[in-house]
Design a protein around this ligand. Structure first.
Ligand code: C2E
Ligand code: CA
Ligand code: CA
Length: 742
């Protein structure tokens, strides 16, 4: 059976989405914190750098103010400028003390030092730059004493003509000092670089690595820029007031820079946001902890969800795969097992359906608990004969299925007989007379055309052919069985059309008063006449209709036709006798049937005493209280109730005192025994018992004069059987009606 289910997103999808959302959330949060710190770091970096640049610029401005003063001093009142005289003047007034050395360079590149030395610097880079620029400051160079210095130059102009250059040097530390910002916690790696060449002029104390004279490009790199030439300058100019990101020793840094008031120089500083402050780390620790806890809670939730799911799944699996009564495999699981075993093996397999005879008896009399105990017991016993590579299960109330391997039929038969002996050996305490009797149907599986449902169906069908026949333990599905199935199918296909076409005919079998031999009644028996099939007898289609439920429709149809006939007979002035109509036990489950039958009576407007209802003993037994309720209702309409096939059920006598039937129909099997001493005793006892209980007795299947006379002599009320008449069509029965008596 296919169960339609509303599609729900699976847990996996939900967990996946949750996880993605969760991770995105964490990522976003960390990113946010990170950004927060990055922004703060940038602000601090900018502030610090501004301060550095301010100090450096102030220093440079001061030095150039000093140099300008010297320039003014050496050109004052001078017409013909001479470098030697200019330096002498300076020495004389001892100016320029702010510098570590002083000098004047003439246009040819001769440097006249305050120390008295004269050096040719015409080839020096700083001289060439001095010629080009009004003021210039050299890269950090090594002086003759081995000190790292920077040289300042300033053009000396007289009447707008350059006549020489003021020259001064400072220890590089002078510049360095200006780059150390007091009271800063930031410790940015600051340095001054030449924007054109990237050459490092000098650094602050946090940037020892940045050696003077090297190119800054060899230190910093940036993703996507392998050639970082001009990168820093460009970045500074392009970014303006923004920081840029760079890599230094494989770590991410932010960098900021500003141009300073000399040459094409920049002061830059960089920091790694990570090492910026301890604050950040403790704050990050807090948020990491928070995220950690969140993740743990999340994980626990997921684990809980999965756990609950698994548990539910197991429960559902348990429900689906475990049989409630036995605790073994359910029928569903059995079918799954069978598919696996048959598909995965070349062995020959047989599907065996095993049924417990008269199981209802246990349930009815001793209750379900006892019934379940029997089921468990049999299940256990089947388990004893089932081997590796085989499987079995409890199928329904009193049925079991087993998939067994077989080499030959005899061997399989022996195993099943062994099983039957095991179970038969045990009687239950509850009822010493109850032996477990099994019936089995075997279907030999054809691996080529294997269909599990039809295999089980066939085994079940085959079992039905032996059920109740205690002479035979099992039957094997064969061609005859196959033909029966095909025949049943065929009849099923025809039945509804047949009903429409009135192919079902009412035959009447007369019942005679044993004493007067007058017609006392009749039983309505169905016949199916089909043009192609000819006459079809009830034993062929009644069990089929009982299994497919069509019997309830047919019974009603028969009842209707009998009433119609009676109506016609009454109108035609026949002396009508009661007709009994058979009622299948399925009809009793149809809660509306009493009203439906009542309506039919009313439709034809016939006195209800002309129709009687035959219930079989097994039907009657099902549930005594419900049964009596139904009988009461039928009685109140005016129907008489006949107990059909009396004596064939398992508790006939017991039932006599409980169920309020009007007539007993003594089964043919008793009538058959008339003539034998014991048979005679049994029959006469039943008849007198019935009479004592105020019941009428009808004997069925009376075929011989001997039987008739015996029954007459023991005062059995009515006789039905071939001795008087077979079931006959309506027209012939009508002839009997006019005649009245034999
Ligand atoms: P039943 O109700 O026990 O009907 C009696 C059966 O015994 C009838 O078989 C009848 O023809 C047969 N019979 C009567 N006298 C003799 C005799 O002297 N010797 C032998 N050997 N047989 C005799 P039939 O008509 O074949 O019906 C078989 C069964 O089918 C019925 O058994 C009844 O259970 C069922 N049936 C027939 N018609 C209907 C119906 O309309 N509704 C239902 N629910 N069942 C029906
Ligand atoms: Ca009957
Ligand atoms: Ca009968």
């Amino acid at each position: 059976m296919e169960v339609k289910q509303k599609k729900r997103p699976s847990t996996v999808v939900i967990i996946f989405i949750l996880t993605v959302v969760m991770l995105l959330g964490c990522y976003w949060y960390l990113q946010y914190i990170e950004n927060q710190y990055a922004e703060e770091a940038e602000e601090l970096l900018k502030t610090e750098l501004n301060q550095m640049a301010g100090q450096v610029n102030k220093k440079l401005d001061l030095q150039y103010t000093n140099l300008q003063y010297i320039e003014g001093f050496v050109t004052k009142d001078t017409v013909e400028f001479d470098a030697k005289q200019a330096i002498d003047k300076i020495i004389a007034v001892k100016t320029g003390n702010e510098f570590s050395s002083m000098g004047i360079i003439d246009l040819e590149g001769n440097l006249y030092m305050a120390t008295g030395n004269v050096i040719d610097v015409s080839d020096e880079d700083f001289f060439k730059q001095a010629v080009k620029n009004d003021r210039y400051m050299s890269n950090t160079i090594v002086d003759d004493k081995g000190n790292l210095i920077n040289a300042y130059t300033l053009k000396i102009n007289i009447n707008d003509d350059c006549v020489g250059y003021v020259f001064a040097t400072d220890d590089v530390n002078e510049l360095k000092d200006e780059m150390n910002v007091p009271d800063t916690t930031l410790a940015g790696r600051g340095c001054i670089v030449d924007g054109t060449t990237g050459t490092i002029i000098t650094n602050n104390l946090y940037a020892d690595e940045f050696l003077e004279g090297f190119s800054i490009y060899s230190y910093y790199t940036n993703k996507g820029y392998n050639k970082v030439s001009k990168r820093i300058k460009d970045a500074i100019e392009e970014n303006g007031p923004e920081c840029i990101k760079v890599k230094f020793q494989n770590e991410d840094y932010i960098m900021y820079g500003e141009r300073i008031n000399i040459n094409n120089w920049y002061i830059i500083s960089s920091i790694s946001p990570d090492e910026m402050s301890e604050n950040k780390n403790s704050a990050l620790l807090g948020s990491n902890l928070f995220i950690g806890i969140l993740l743990i809670v999340y994980l626990l939730t997921i684990i809980l969800i999965i756990f609950i799911q698994e548990k539910n799944k197991k429960n559902i699996e348990r429900l689906a795969y475990v049989d409630e009564i036995t605790g073994g495999d359910s029928f569903t699981k059995f079918k799954m097992n069978v598919e696996k075993l048959v598909m995965g093996s070349n062995d020959d397999y047989a599907m065996v359906d095993i049924d417990v005879d008269r199981f209802k008896f246990i349930n009815d009399i001793f209750g379900y608990e006892e019934g379940n105990r029997v089921i468990r017991y049999i299940w256990k016993e089947i388990g004893e004969i089932v081997e590796n590579g085989e499987t079995y299960a409890h199928r329904s109330a009193d049925e079991f299925v087993a998939l067994l391997k077989y080499k030959d039929i005899d061997e399989l038969g022996k195993r099943l007989e062994a099983l039957s002996e095991r179970t038969a050996g045990r009687t239950f305490q509850i009822e010493k007379n109850y032996d477990i009797v099994l019936s089995m149907g075997i279907y030999l599986i054809d691996n080529e055309n294997f269909n599990i449902d039809s295999a089980i169906d066939r085994a079940v069908l085959t079992k039905k052919s032996v059920k109740g026949k205690h002479s035979k333990l099992y039957a094997i599905y064969d061609d005859k069985m196959r033909e029966k199935i095909i025949r049943d199918q065929h009849l099923e296909n025809l039945m509804e059309k047949a009903l429409e076409r009135e192919e079902f005919k009412v035959y009447y079998q007369p019942k005679y008063d044993s004493n007067s031999c007058e017609l006392a009644g009749a039983e309505a028996l169905v016949r199916w006449y089909n043009e192609e099939e000819g006459m079809i007898y009830p034993n062929e289609f009644i069990p089929l209709f009982e299994s497919n439920g069509f019997i309830t429709i047919l019974d009603k149809y028969m009842f209707d036709h009998v009433c119609r006939d009676i109506k016609n007979w009454l109108e035609a002035g026949y002396s009508v006798v009661p007709v009994s109509v058979n009622l299948s036990q399925l009809q009793l489950y149809n809660s509306g049937f009493i009203d439906e039958y009542k309506e039919i009576i009313e439709k034809y407007d016939i006195p209800p005493e002309y129709v009687q209802l035959e219930l079989t003993e097994t039907t009657l037994f099902s549930k005594i209280s419900t049964m009596n309720e139904i009988i009461d209702n039928l009685h109140s309409i005016g129907f008489k109730i006949l107990m059909d096939d009396f004596g064939t059920g398992y508790s006939s006598l017991n039932m006599l005192k409980n169920v309020k039937v009007d007539v007993l129909k003594l089964d043919k099997s008793f009538v058959d025994d008339i003539g034998e001493t014991k048979g005679n005793i049994v029959v006469s006892s039943i008849v007198s018992l019935g009479q004592l209980l105020n019941m009428k007795i009808v004997a069925e299947g009376v075929e011989t004069q001997e039987q008739f006379e015996f029954l007459r002599d023991i005062f059995c009320d009515e006789i039905q059987g071939y001795y008087f008449s077979k079931p006959i069509p309506k027209i012939e029965y009508e002839k009997l009606l006019t005649k009245g008596a034999l």
